[in-house]
Design a protein around this ligand. Structure first.
Ligand SMILES: Nc1ncnc2c1ncn2[C@@H]1O[C@H](COP(=O)(O)OP(=O)(O)O)[C@@H](O)[C@H]1O
Ligand SMILES: [Mg+2]
Length: 374
């Protein structure tokens, strides 16, 4: 899918989440980018599950409504996929010319991916090459494999909404791009030699985890431990509906990581607040263990990097009160709430809407940036 005429002057990213769909329109401005359109809309519960579109019609209807409300005119969109049916692997291969590479990857991919190659759509990117100690020329290839049927439902939803699919991206890559910029930095970024940055993006249904070295994502993982699980844990211990538990979660959050005592929350019975926080603490412990497994896996694969000192946290779910403190303690790294708006100038008319969704807008913006920069 080559870029069509004008695609680099305006680009629209569509982030299909579990409880919202978001759209971001980006145009180049000077040496930077401007966010000139933005919108979000709720999707019915269950229409998207575990990052996969279950109900194509419901998603298409929501997208149509989103276009109507946001006033975005462009029909070409970039979408992201992020679920258990997309895998990203960093593989080392004998150095070869680009022309041979696609064939070689098709042939070798099965060794690296859990999806049958005949059911997968493969994509790849060469991210570097190096000489081994025995003078072998090797290359590092980032391999992406996505299950064909899953991609098919995303395409179907977009087309049923009357849009044209310009590009499909891995949502995790878009998140990294949205936070760190469009070009892999050649200068040593904040990570000194031997360091990498972790990225954690928490939504309602999915958490995206990535490890980035010099601007390039080298590891990604998707987990279903995310905001909805936190809410459900509260619903279970207090016997509440999901919506009641959701409100309570946002009101009480986690206690201060050092204190473990529920602060007074106006209007909430202290004992209930304590029970909700205890439930959240248990979920967050599981969450930390999950992230740690990912980071440890990455570190055992990495050839040079020995530490992940800094972790960027985004996604609406990252707003859980005091979460960053728990992650810092549990992961022994500096955890920073990232600013997805650092890469773009927000147009005047949409300032308020975008600022209200500041932690949630990262993927949609990153998707748009991926195609405007081509
Ligand atoms: N202040 C908050 N405290 C705790 N969780 C929050 C807060 N604000 C939003 N969330 C959680 O963020 C999640 C929604 O994330 P979002 O990025 O909007 O997901 P989606 O892409 O599926 O719409 C929900 O689980 C919601 O409870
Ligand atoms: Mg949401």
């Amino acid at each position: 899918m080559g870029p069509s005429f004008g695609s680099n002057t305006m680009s629209v990213g569509l982030d299909i989440g579990t409880d919202h769909i978001r759209v971001a329109q980006v145009v180049p401005r000077g040496s930077s980018f401007a966010l000139t359109g933005y919108g979000m809309i709720g999707i019915p519960m269950g229409a998207v599950a575990e990052g996969e579109i279950v109900d194509t019609d419901a998603v298409a209807t929501a997208i149509r409504e989103l276009w109507r409300r946001s006033g975005i005119k462009t029909k070409n969109v970039v979408i992201g996929v992020s679920n258990q049916k997309v895998v990203v692997r960093l593989i080392d291969m004998q150095y070869m010319e680009r022309a041979e590479l696609a064939g070689a990857i098709q042939y070798q991919a099965q060794d690296y991916i859990p999806i049958p190659v005949e059911d997968a759509i493969l994509d790849f990117q060469v991210i570097g090459d190096y000489m081994t100690s025995s003078d072998e020329h090797m290359m590092e290839v980032l391999l992406v494999a996505a299950q064909r049927d899953m991609i098919g439902s995303s395409v179907a939803a977009v087309e049923a909404a009357g849009l044209k699919l310009q590009q499909i991206d891995v949502t995790t890559f878009a998140i990294v791009r949205g936070l760190l910029g469009v070009t892999p930095s050649v200068l040593p970024d904040e990570s000194a030699e031997g360091e990498a940055i972790g990225v954690i993006h928490i939504t309602s249904g999915i958490t995206n985890i990535a490890v980035v070295e010099k601007g390039v994502p080298r590891f990604t993982r998707v987990s279903s431990l995310a905001g909805n699980e936190f809410t459900q844990a509260i619903a279970n211990v207090l016997n509440l509906t999901f919506d009641e538990a959701e409100d309570l979660k946002i009101q009480v959050g986690l206690p201060d990581v050092e204190q473990h005592i529920a602060p007074e929350v106006p209007g909430v019975d202290p004992q209930r607040a304590q029970m909700a926080q205890d439930a959240l603490e248990r979920e967050v412990s599981k969450f930390i263990a999950e992230v740690r497994r990912s980071l440890d896996y990455y570190l055992t694969q990495a050839t040079q990097v020995r530490t992940i000192r800094k972790i960027l946290l985004t996604g609406s779910g990252a707003q859980l009160r005091n979460l960053a403190g728990y992650l810092e303690k549990g992961l022994q790294a500096e955890v920073v709430l990232a600013d997805p708006l650092a890469q773009v100038q927000v147009a005047a008319g949409i300032q308020q809407m975008v600022t209200e969704d500041r932690m949630g807008c990262c993927a949609a913006i990153g998707l748009a940036l991926g195609s405007v920069a081509e």
